[in-house]
Design a protein. Structure first.
Length: 142
């Protein structure tokens, strides 16, 4: 994100803490590909989205957020589900973290026509069984 901001592609909100993303507090550095990727997305397909389940993958996820997110990463709060997106060469491209705050989003609920009961019926299994969600890893079409 910082690179995109430096190159003028986006403007990030003001940082809430100074230097936190360089601290790795509580996170052990994990080796991963840091090769610069300069191509169109289609060249990286098929992409794979994997649920973070193993302790090894969780360490990688935490390391990537701590190192690369402009706010750093300390820990998660509440229920959440984490994913890592990999390219065809198994290089991590993105970390996705959906926290319990995402369970109630008025704009989304209004757009898809959900009232509070419909939201509870549709999201309740994810909210109460987040640790039991089956591995939904899958390849995205190229």
């Amino acid at each position: 994100m910082l690179k995109l901001e430096r190159r003028g592609y986006l403007q990030l909100p003001e940082r809430r803490t100074a230097g936190r993303n360089n601290a790795f507090i509580g996170h052990i550095p994990i080796g991963h590909s840091t090769t610069i990727i300069e191509c169109v997305l289609q060249d990286l397909t098929p992409l794979t989205i994997e649920v973070v389940q193993s302790s090894e993958t969780l360490r990688l996820f935490n390391h990537l957020l701590a190192k690369y997110h402009y706010l750093g990463f300390g820990s998660t709060v509440g229920e959440n589900i984490k994913y890592i997106v990999y390219d065809c060469d198994r290089r991590p491209l993105a970390c996705l973290l959906f926290g319990s705050a995402a369970w109630k989003v008025d704009g989304r609920d209004h757009e898809i026509g959900w009232d509070s009961k419909m939201r509870q019926d549709h999201l309740h299994p994810f909210q109460t069984h987040a640790k039991q969600i089956p591995d939904t890893s899958r390849n995205l079409p190229g």
